[in-house]
Design a protein around this ligand. Structure first.
Ligand code: NAG
Ligand code: NAG
Length: 363
């Protein structure tokens, strides 16, 4: 040390300080999911106009959403600070690897958000997008990082026999084949399990050789989740692959939940609910979250429970409502009936899910 000129010693100290600062953000003892939304003018993390892959149904500003305060909130965990999202850092750490989101359109919402966030960090990086069904992949060529979405709204397989769709509560091998090689898997499922009528994605449920016209949906969900957990325990090498499971993404179709009798749903909401203590009174949702927790706890394979329900419930302001490119002009003229209060605008709330994902993955 004595031989070093003072300026190099200074430089060395700076470097050490810098690198220790970079690794000392220890969020492990802190519950990232308990906290509050604070106004922060430095948000959003990217502009809709600079992200080429946002689907019309999430692209609220492009489709005329007039207010913008909803873009400028930061999630502040009560016991720590969320590490700042560093897209270049994520790309560097994931070099040669694949992040795959698996699930329903909420997973697609989060997948597109992560691509926008990474694209904002490396706007000039060459990339290719391959859109398909069930698998879509965005590849950052320079960084050799793939960010994929695999559509499987129930996670478990759906067999089609003579045009009849059978939801296989006991089968997931067909879907699972596409997941095995990913390095980070982020699963979500939930909403489709309670859908009925036109939105129901199956004709029969099949389990252990028996077929059912219907059954208690939370019970069916429990069976499907157990099948998923067994698949992970049999197939996932946790030295190589990290598993995340997203808690349910809440909807805002019932304004009595936030006691604003002026509105029929999320339409016209421009700010989050305040406080830490809000909890939904949606019973099926609460039971399904219990199922997820129970199944994750019973697995041999570690899976990180991304507990985003409560923090998202506060964000009645963050849905597309009528500013979704998927709606017709007639639907837009009828917010009471047609608002989308289930998906989320981009930029918007899923960016925070990805900040939490980044924090949990690396810190
Ligand atoms: C799990 O993955 C690690 C790292 O890639 C590898 O060294 C190990 O052999 C794998 N284990 C099994 C059982 O395949
Ligand atoms: C949350 O609820 C608990 C118990 O009901 C109460 O003691 C606490 O002050 C509440 N916290 C906030 C931030 O409202």
């Amino acid at each position: 040390m004595a031989h070093l000129p003072p300026s190099s010693a200074f430089l060395l100290t700076l470097t050490l300080l810098h690198s220790s600062a970079a690794v000392s953000v220890d969020v492990s003892p802190c519950d990232l999911f308990v906290g509050q939304w604070l106004p922060d003018p430095s948000y959003p993390l990217y502009q809709y106009s600079s992200c080429p892959i946002i689907d019309p149904e999430f692209n609220c500003q492009l489709y005329g959403r007039p207010d913008s305060d909803y873009l400028r909130y930061r999630w502040k965990p009560a016991g720590c600070d969320l590490p700042a999202f560093n897209g270049l850092d994520l790309l560097a750490r994931m070099r040669g690897k694949t992040v795959m989101f698996v699930g329903d359109s909420l997973g697609r919402n989060q997948w597109e958000s992560l691509i926008c966030m990474l694209n904002a960090a490396a706007p000039l990086s060459a990339a290719v997008m391959m859109r398909g069904d069930p698998l879509s992949t965005y590849r950052f060529l320079e960084y050799e990082v793939s960010v994929s979405f695999y559509r499987a709204p129930y996670l478990v397989d759906i067999d089609v026999v003579n045009g009849v769709r059978i939801l296989r509560l006991d089968g997931i091998e067909k879907n699972g084949e596409a997941w095995i090689d990913a390095d980070v898997l982020c699963f979500n499922t939930g909403h489709w399990w309670t859908h009925t009528g036109n939105l129901q994605g199956w004709d029969y449920m099949g389990d252990d050789g028996a077929y059912y016209k219907d059954m208690d949906r939370v019970l069916a969900f429990q069976r499907g989740m157990s099948t998923w957990a067994q698949w992970a325990d049999r197939n996932i090498n946790s030295t190589r692959t990290t598993i995340f499971f997203q808690s349910l993404s809440p909807t805002h179709y019932n304004p009595t939940e936030w006691k604003n009798s002026m509105s029929r749903n999320c339409y016209g909401e421009t700010e989050p609910m305040s406080g830490f203590n809000y909890t939904s009174n949606n019973l099926a949702e609460l039971r399904m979250i219990q199922v997820i927790r129970g199944v994750l706890n019973s697995m041999r394979t570690p899976a990180y429970f991304s507990d985003i329900t409560r923090l998202s419930e506060l964000r009645k302001d963050a849905h597309p409502s009528i500013y979704s490119g998927d709606l017709t002009p007639q639907q837009r003229a009828n917010p009471d009936r047609s608002s989308d209060c289930s998906h989320w605008c981009l930029p918007g709330l899923p960016d925070t899910w990805n900040q939490l994902f980044y924090a949990a993955l690396f810190f």
